[in-house]
Write a protein that binds this ligand. Structure first.
Ligand code: GRF
Length: 193
């Protein structure tokens, strides 16, 4: 059974999809805990599924390393096999990335390496490209630069708003995340860098 900690910053619809999948006793993974960098609304999904939560806000720490070290303390109590950044909108310092190398994956709403960063959906629309996508990749020290594990293409309909396009991408992401977690649990995909 693959054990997982999910980190979020927002509404947590990807988290919810994973919690629902893990609720099936036949699914080979389990969410042990959900952490956030703010009192995110998505934490409610974890509570609904009786999954432990923790919030570590960076404003209470002198620097990013101290903040991330506290985050790591919470994670290490749970000893997960995998940590999923599912809409976690803070950049984690190298100390954290190094500690969890090969166990840390991130979801990103574009066809990386196109449009890294916090405004991927907006940037794709501004660039006028006809397709974008969703990517899940290993986390390294860069911003959205780690090895790509899975990627799906999504057509951009004419005139679609940023919000609508992001929702369309998230529909794909939710399915993509559940499938990838299954494949990792089944050893069909390895995470060694
Ligand atoms: C997703 O699009 C993810 O790729 C990005 O943030 C969004 C999170 O959505 N990093 P949600 O909170 O899971 O609904």
């Amino acid at each position: 059974m693959l054990s997982i900690v999910v980190l979020i910053s927002g509404s947590g619809s990807n988290l919810r999809a994973l919690l629902e999948a893990c609720d099936n006793p036949m699914f080979p993974a389990k969410v042990l805990g959900v952490g956030a960098d703010n009192p995110a609304s998505g934490l409610a999904h974890a509570e609904e599924f009786d999954v432990t939560t923790f919030v570590v806000e960076n404003k209470y720490f002198a620097n990013r390393d101290a903040w991330a070290a506290r985050l790591a303390e919470h994670i290490d109590i749970l000893q997960p096999d995998l940590i999923v950044l599912a809409g976690f909108m803070k950049i984690l310092p190298a100390s954290f990335v190094d500690r969890y190398r090969g166990k840390l994956i991130n979801m990103h709403p574009s066809l990386l390496p196109q449009f890294p960063g916090a405004h991927a959906v907006r940037d794709a629309l501004s660039a006028g490209v006809s397709k974008t996508g969703s990517t899940i990749h290993l986390v390294d020290e860069g911003v959205d630069t780690g090895r790509i594990l899975v990627q799906r293409e999504i057509e951009i309909p004419q005139g679609i708003s940023e919000l609508e396009l992001h929702e369309k991408i998230k529909e794909v992401e939710r399915e993509q995340l559940v499938r990838l977690v299954y494949e990792i649990a089944a050893n069909e995909i390895t995470l060694e860098d």
